[in-house]
Design a protein around this ligand. Sequence first.
Ligand code: ADP
Ligand code: GLC
Length: 483
Amino acid sequence: MFVTSEAAPYAKTGGLADVCSALPKTLAKNNSVKVVMPLYSSIDVVKYGITEYMHGCCVHMGNCEEFYSLYHAKDSGVDFYFIKFDKYFDRDGIYDTKAGEYADNPYRFSFLSKAAFQVAKDIEFVPDVMHANDWQTALVPYYLSKGWDPYFVNTSSVLTIHNIGFQGVFATDFLEYAAIDPADMHQWAFESFGAVNLLKGGIAFANKITTVSPKYAEEIKGPIGSSGLHEILNRRAADLSGILNGIDTDVWNPSKDSYIPHKFSVKNLAGKKKNKLALQKKLGLTENADIALFGFVGRFADQKGLYLIQGAIERAMNEMACQFVVVGTGDQKYEEYFGGLADRFPGEFGSFIGYSEELAHLVEAGSDFFLMPSLYEPCGLNQMYSLAYGTLPVVRATGGLDDTVENYDESTAEGTGFKFYAISSNALFDTIGWAVSTYYDRPKHYAKMQQTAMLKDFSWSSSAAAYEELYREILKDRPDIFI
Ligand code: ADP
Ligand code: GLC
């Protein structure tokens, strides 16, 4: 049973949603898999065929009973259960609005985590594993470890860290509501400089902890990579592993992508050029199939290295024959900058400030290169989408970017992308220059890399098998279970 605050296509702010949809669907080929998440009012119940399953459900929180309804949809063999509780989930945003984070987030997500246990009982499902994701559901392993309910005596927990930059740190006022024992407010559990750190508590109590790439699993053992959680992660190192995310090859597949006007494949790339022209037209660029085009899609957050892009692309457009497109939303300073840049570089720069699934696909399909200069990147999905679409990634060698992109070797034309190491706009500028010169001066190398990239297998099958192996490992500790 997955417990998550987002899952695609119902509610998504980033890669967490993709993973909490594609991984359960892959696991469902061999297992019975349920996903529990909130029914945010933004979820279109009609479009997704979500129907009421049960009402009058109740979970005890602090000194009150919270009553909610349960909704359900079946998708690709997975049962998705949605908790309809308007007090917490009938809002404009998922976690926040432009005005900031919802002040009651610790209440909202401790409710979700506790209600998941009630959902299991109400649907009469005894999970072997409850799989929690990020700080929002990090209380699931804690509740399980308390052994409050014999119904879950055979259930183990896994906590996956998708992004350690978000830890769910809050004042202590919700402890009683969330049933966190004040005795667990110590250095090796929830306590963090006097506040409650939900992710830290999850790390302390989960049977196994995973993160979304092997490299990131190493990075988060250090003080910088862990944003301060390295001590507890080192203490739990024997139970920590990195399993690379996969991509949903039904959704991200250039030969059957319903969002792109021209389908293409590694055997026939003609459609890719046509998508490039369509993308140029859509975002107001000069239509030219032969100019090097770089794309970016992502959250406008410092994590994504946007200030490195700011420091590099104007110079690149001034000094080289290249174009840039940027699709994203988030931090206002970046929205203003990228929203206004087209005025200064007409025909060379185009942007869409907002969230658009369709444009995200078109940028992957129509660009020649994809920019991902992240300061840190637990896994990153866009670079894998790029590889599948023959769009060579330009990445900083960190976390999952380092694990999934192979650097270009000019002597052999091997590799799938272009890497740089320093957190510096100059390093990014130089690497953009390297990509541009490869595109114009060594087109055979570019074509070979494109072929290599498109033939890589980033489907979920091997990663899902790694999760199954991990689940089996925790079940092995249980003599009562026959595997
Ligand atoms: P993160 O989870 O840190 O945001 P990932 O690369 O793992 O980064 O996943 C980001 C996901 O969100 C991708 O599926 C990407 O296409 C999508 N995405 C991000 N911003 C936008 C946007 N503005 N419009 C459409 N899709 C977006
Ligand atoms: C996070 C990370 C991203 C990862 C995604 C899914 O949001 O920032 O790198 O791919 O989660 O695991």
